[in-house]
Every structure is written in C-alpha cells, then in structure tokens.
Write a protein that binds this ligand. Structure first.
Ligand code: NAD
Length: 411
C-alpha cells in the first residue's frame, strides 16, 4: 500500500471516529495547492539538465504551511502528497500554529556537485518564491537537503522579498538557525518514549533498545538513550548492523562512524544481518531510517514490546494490524518525530522576534510540547476507545477540522 493510500486511510478512520461531515472530510483531504515546476540548470561541464520540482501545500487552516524539501531520485507526487498531509496532522498534534506542506526535486544529490546543487536550489526557489512565504509556507530540510540548502533558499528568496530569515527553518546558526534544532527530532523521540514508558511504570534506564538508522535522528536518539542509562543492544545504518547484548558504547560508535564513515569494523560489538535487526530481542524498537520497513513479512517476528516510530511511515498498515494483535504498543510517527517541526517552529518564532533563545530554553520548551501532546493523545484514546495511532490522528484531524469550521469553509 503506498504512503498516500495509507495516510488517507488513517485520516478517514479518524474522521469516522470524530463523526466529521462527509463534505468537510473530503475538503480536508484535498490539498490546498499542488505545484510542479521544471528546473533546468547547466551542469559543471556546460551541458543542460532538467529536473522536476514539487511543492504540495496541503492545508493552512491553523497557520502557514510547513514541511521539508527532499532531494531524492524517487520523489513523486503521491509520496510528496502523503507527506504534506501527514505534516498537517503532525503540526496539529504538536499544537503549533502551522498547516502542512512538503516538497522535493526528483534528483540524485550524490551525483551533483555542490555548485550544481546550489544552482538547482536557486532555480527551484525562483520558480516557487511567489507561492511560499513567512506567513504562507515555510520549507525545511528533509532527505538529501540540509542547512546549506536552506541558506541558498533564504538567499534566493531574499533577493525577491528582502532579508527573510523566517522563510526557512533548519538554517545554519549563523543565518538565524535555532540552537538545539540539530538534535531536536532525536530528542523529541526520547521525550516521547519517556512519556509512553511512564504510562507503563517503566523508565529508559531499565530497558533495552534497537535502533535502525544512525543518521541525524537515530544517532541523537541513541546518544540520549545512552546518557539516560538505557541499553542500546543493536544499531544499523546503510553500511551494516552491529549488536552487543551488554549495550553498545554509543559515543564510541559515533566517533568510529565519524572517522570511518561506516558502522563496519567497530570493535565494541558483533556484526549482524541488517534484516535481523528489526526482529532482534529488545524492549523498544526505534526505526529511524526508511518508510515501510515493518511489513507483513517481518511483523509477526518482531520481539519488541514497544515501537517508537521515529521515521515517517515505518509501519505499513498490514504490519500495524499484526503488531496490534500481538499486543505491541506503537507510538505513531505523527507524534513521535514531531520534535523536529516543533523546534522549527521555535526557530521561526525567534526569527520573527529577532531574538535568540538559549539551548536550554529550546530543550525545555520541546519537552513541554511533547509531554502536553502525549497527554492530549491519551485523552483522545480514552474518548474514542482507540489505539495511540488513532488517538494522534483524531487529535490532529479534530483540531484542523475545528479551525476550518471556525474560519467558515462553506461560503
Ligand atoms: P538521515 O539521512 O540523517 O539518516 C538516515 C539513516 O538511515 C542513515 O544512517 C542511513 O544510513 C540509514 N539507512 C538508510 N537505509 C537503511 C537501511 N536499509 N537499513 C538501515 N539503515 C538505513 O535521515 P534523518 O534525518 O535521520 O531521518 C530519518 C527518518 O526520520 C526519515 O524517515 C525522516 O523522514 C524522518 N524524520 C526526520 C526528521 C528530521 O528532523 N531529521 C524529522 C521528522 C522525521
């Protein structure tokens, strides 16, 4: 099932539980605007090459639309659409005053030089600058893009609209980025895990963890779990997987990865099959890499009692059903990885105020938002007698529906 069908299915279930009017349901599902642009650039050798860029602006009832820009060969309209929709519900779950958007360019960033990436980013910005804006649509980094990409967008956008640091988040600190943004998604994942585990009278320090993906989100989540005394017993990334039943020394693994670019060859654990990682013995499984990694092929073999969805869409709907029947508790992506967009919101607020926060304040506020959202999700689970995924969806969809009705959508 593709991600758009899966997201829309969750939305429809939530709409049903909430008893939403069918006309309102339809209107909430259809994106506000879909943008598709041609981006032609000269390559370094002078030849011309063309790419297609997308931006889907899903909903703005609660505020400016917000979401990442992804550079990846498989960027397609359905995927971008699903992720834009997911952002609408995610920002509402986190209760930050934003709607949802997502964008991307179908390209392979690894095959482009830095100057080619800069030209491509500037051409894309030229094509969409009139349709994004500080109070309209605020992009951020996603797969294949980073703070440098945001710096180029800021610069190109500012040529048309004057100096506008709040046009993007995830910027370099020197251009108005927020302290704490780099760690924010991983930190939010850990705050979310703490909130969930406390419900079951447990704490991170007494449990074992398996983490798939050791990039931005996975490495920060692993580090913060390690600092809290949790035992990370297996970790993987695209280069390989390692395990250690006594707990991996995460700072040493990070150092090894920085020095060698790979998890392979790390002496503090044994190499393991990457596919075995997801079904490895542990209390908590945290997928921090790709979508769809938990599916009907492996769901029945998962040993974890809790799954924290740090990646977007790691569990496909069939796996969701299998895991639920097994009694596995799943903390859904639209809550678990909302730490990133929440600190993006803090970055935007700081840019608009022209005032920088201390990192401690960023982290404290993030914890407050994550705790509050969890309490609100639990309340929806109780009201609608549903699991955490539907609790989060009903919370998000209800907030967007209420905002839409208050603004008056029928006129
Ligand atoms: P990243 O590119 O920094 O890291 C991805 C990691 O996944 C890398 O370590 C990579 O080696 C690993 N990986 C790729 N294929 C793999 C495979 N087959 N098996 C095991 N590992 C594999 O990306 P990120 O920013 O850490 O994002 C990870 C996930 O979290 C994505 O799904 C992303 O959409 C989601 N997410 C990220 C943020 C954020 O702020 N970075 C926010 C919300 C959601």
């Amino acid at each position: 099932m593709n991600s758009l069908v899966a997201t829309s299915r969750n939305f429809r279930r939530a709409a049903q539980l909430l008893g939403l009017d069918s006309k309102l349901e339809k209107s909430l599902l259809i994106p506000f605007r879909e943008i598709k642009v041609e981006c032609t650039i000269p390559k370094d050798d002078g030849t011309l090459v063309s790419y297609v860029g997308f931006r889907v602006q899903h909903d703005n009832a609660r505020g400016p639309m917000k979401g990442g820009i992804r550079y990846h060969p498989e960027v397609d309209p359905d995927e971008v659409n699903a992720l834009a929709q997911l952002m609408t519900w995610k920002t509402a779950v986190a209760d930050i005053p934003y709607g949802g958007a997502k964008g991307g360019i179908g390209c392979s960033p690894r095959d482009l030089s830095l100057s080619e990436l800069e030209r491509l980013t500037r051409v894309f910005t030229q094509k969409i600058h009139d349709l994004i804006g500080i109070h309209t649509d605020v992009p951020a980094p996603d797969m294949g893009t980073n703070s440098q990409t945001m710096a180029w967008i800021l610069d190109e956008y500012s040529k048309f609209h004057g100096h506008s640091p709040a046009i993007v988040t995830g910027k370099p600190i020197d251009l108005g980025g927020s302290l704490g943004r780099d760690a924010a998604t991983g930190r939010g994942v850990v705050f979310a895990a703490e909130a969930l585990l406390a419900e079951y009278g447990k704490s991170i320090s007494e449990l074992t963890f398996v983490i798939q993906g050791f990039g931005n989100v996975g490495s920060w989540a692993a580090q913060l779990i390690h600092e809290r005394g949790g035992k990370v017993v297996a970790v993987s990334d695209i280069t390989g997987a390692i395990k250690n039943p006594n707990g991996i020394d995460i700072p040493a693994l990070s150092k090894h990865k920085t020095e060698t670019g790979s998890l392979n060859g790390f002496h503090g654990g044994d190499a393991m099959d990457m596919n075995e990682l997801l079904v490895h013995e542990c209390d908590v499984l945290i997928p921090c890499a790709l979508g769809g990694v938990l599916n009907r092929e492996n769901a029945a073999d998962v040993k974890a009692k809790y799954i924290i969805e740090a990646a977007n869409h790691p569990t496909d709907p069939e796996a969701d059903e299998i895991l639920s029947k097994k009694g596995v508790i799943i903390l859904p992506d639209i809550y678990a990885n909302a730490g990133g967009v929440t600190v993006s919101y803090f970055e935007w607020v700081q840019n608009i105020q022209g005032f920088m926060w201390e990192e401690e304040k960023v982290n404290q506020e993030l914890q407050r938002y994550m705790r509050k959202a969890f309490t609100n999700i639990k309340a929806m689970c109780k009201t609608h007698d549903c699991n955490l995924r539907m609790g989060a969806f009903t919370l998000g969809v209800n907030r967007v529906a209420r905002a839409t009705l208050l603004r008056g959508w029928e006129a």
